[in-house]
Design a protein around this ligand. Structure first.
Ligand SMILES: Cc1cc2nc3c(=O)[nH]c(=O)nc-3n(C[C@H](O)[C@H](O)[C@H](O)COP(=O)(O)O)c2cc1C
Length: 383
């Protein structure tokens, strides 16, 4: 069974290492930060090496290392994934761009046209990561105050309209719904007729799982301890089967893999004991995300000091403390190359057919994972 491995693109800039938590100095938007590479200051002047130049290095490195593409996340503190994908497409040849976006801040007709333009420009390398938002201050930052479950109702209608416009012929698409009204919709002939992007759907709530059942090609989850992930996949399977669909499964996780297990944990320890600013942006955890709450409840909560870092190893190599060392979800894998590959094999056995892996710094860790972990996987022909 072929399995797609994506890498995570550092749309918010990169940390120089996990040891230096909260410091974004590489590929970031902070000229002149200590250790900064992009954009850099030389002799007091910007040297012209931009954030996108750094992203291009990561894209090329991962394309050469066996990854099929990258997830481009979208938060208030990141660059815009649509614009970045358009720029990076010209730097790569087969690399796919999994663009994270919320229906809340895009109209489906504009999304259809933008996607079709990108499909044309890239030879069909666009992939969707449909996110529906985590509520709270972050949601208001986007100017969106639609409540949690209604956001999934809107996501569902958004995808219906987007597909309606995509497949319409002769500007024949009409839609009258709760959130959108379209008359005579459809793409111009030059843009029409291209493959519709694969949909990676996220969200852990009942509302999310209901919407995923209708729309997901892949149900994408953050890593959780394997038993709870199994239960979650089962829930999605059951719900989807009830409406005659069978989405595939995908898992997003960071990996910290080294030649030996000791080396890997030493890297964690160095970041753990080092004081630094909070790695996670202030608005995180203030919303209504069920998925985020699951991460906290499964043992990854707190500021990292309770019980020490090793207490967050919930099952062998599954560590719930990544959010203390860098912004993002809590769970990932820590271990030697063989152990990390074995855990990925277990996830494949659970039904995962795609992964979004990540590591800090994104460039060096991509080379490392590509060279030392992906070749050890037994459960899959890596695509
Ligand atoms: C793998 C994964 C990636 C996500 N990426 C983003 C992102 O880039 N931007 C964002 O605002 N939310 C992101 N989210 C959050 C989801 O869109 C959603 O807001 C969150 O899971 C809350 O939904 P829930 O309450 O149904 O769990 C992501 C979630 C998952 C599981």
């Amino acid at each position: 069974m072929p399995v797609d491995f994506y890498w995570r693109m550092a749309m918010e800039g990169d940390q120089p290492s996990l040891r230096r938590k909260g410091i974004v100095s590489r590929g970031g938007f902070t000229p002149g930060a200590v250790g900064g590479l992009a954009p850099g200051l030389r002799n007091g002047k910007l040297d012209g090496y931009s954030h996108v130049d750094y992203l291009a290095e990561v894209a090329k490195a991962t394309e050469a290392s066996g990854f099929v593409g990258a997830l481009l996340p979208s938060f208030p503190h990141t660059d815009d994934p649509w614009a970045a994908a358009a720029a990076l497409a010209r730097e790569t040849s087969t690399y796919r761009f999994m663009i994270a976006f919320q229906p809340g801040f895009l109209h489906p007709v504009q999304a259809a046209r933008m996607t079709a333009s990108l499909q044309l420009a890239t030879g069909g390398r666009t992939v969707y990561n449909v996110i529906s938002g985590g509520g709270g201050p972050q949601q208001l930052w986007w100017g969106d105050k639609v409540e949690h479950d209604d956001r999934y109702v809107r996501t569902s209608e958004f995808l219906d309209v987007l597909r309606g416009v995509w497949y319409a012929t002769d500007h024949s698409y009409d839609h009258e719904g709760r959130f959108y009204r379209v008359r005579g919709g459809g793409l111009p002939p030059a843009l029409a007729g291209q493959p519709f992007p694969e949909v990676f759907f996220t969200g852990s709530s009942k509302a999310a799982i209901a919407a995923a059942g209708r729309h997901a090609d892949y149900y994408l989850s953050w890593l959780e301890p394997l038993s709870s992930l199994t239960a979650k996949f089962e829930q999605v399977r059951e719900h989807s089967a009830g409406i005659g669909r069978s989405p595939r499964f995908a898992v997003r996780l960071d990996v910290l893999a080294r030649e030996t297990e000791e080396e890997a944990w030493q890297e964690v320890e160095r970041g753990w004991v080092r004081p630094g600013p909070a790695a996670t942006p202030a608005y995180v955890g203030l919303g209504d995300s069920v998925g985020w709450q699951r991460g906290q409840d499964l043992g990854s909560g707190g500021n990292g000091s309770r019980g020490g870092y090793r207490a967050l190893e919930i099952s062998p190599n599954v560590w719930g403390g990544f959010h203390v060392l860098r912004a993002g979800p809590a769970f990932g894998l820590v271990g030697d190359y063989r152990q990390v590959a074995a855990r990925l094999d277990e996830l494949i056995a659970l039904g995962a057919e795609a992964f979004v892996l990540g590591g800090v710094p994104h460039l060096e860790e991509a080379y490392r994972v590509g060279a030392h972990v992906l070749p050890l996987l037994r459960g899959a022909a890596v695509r």
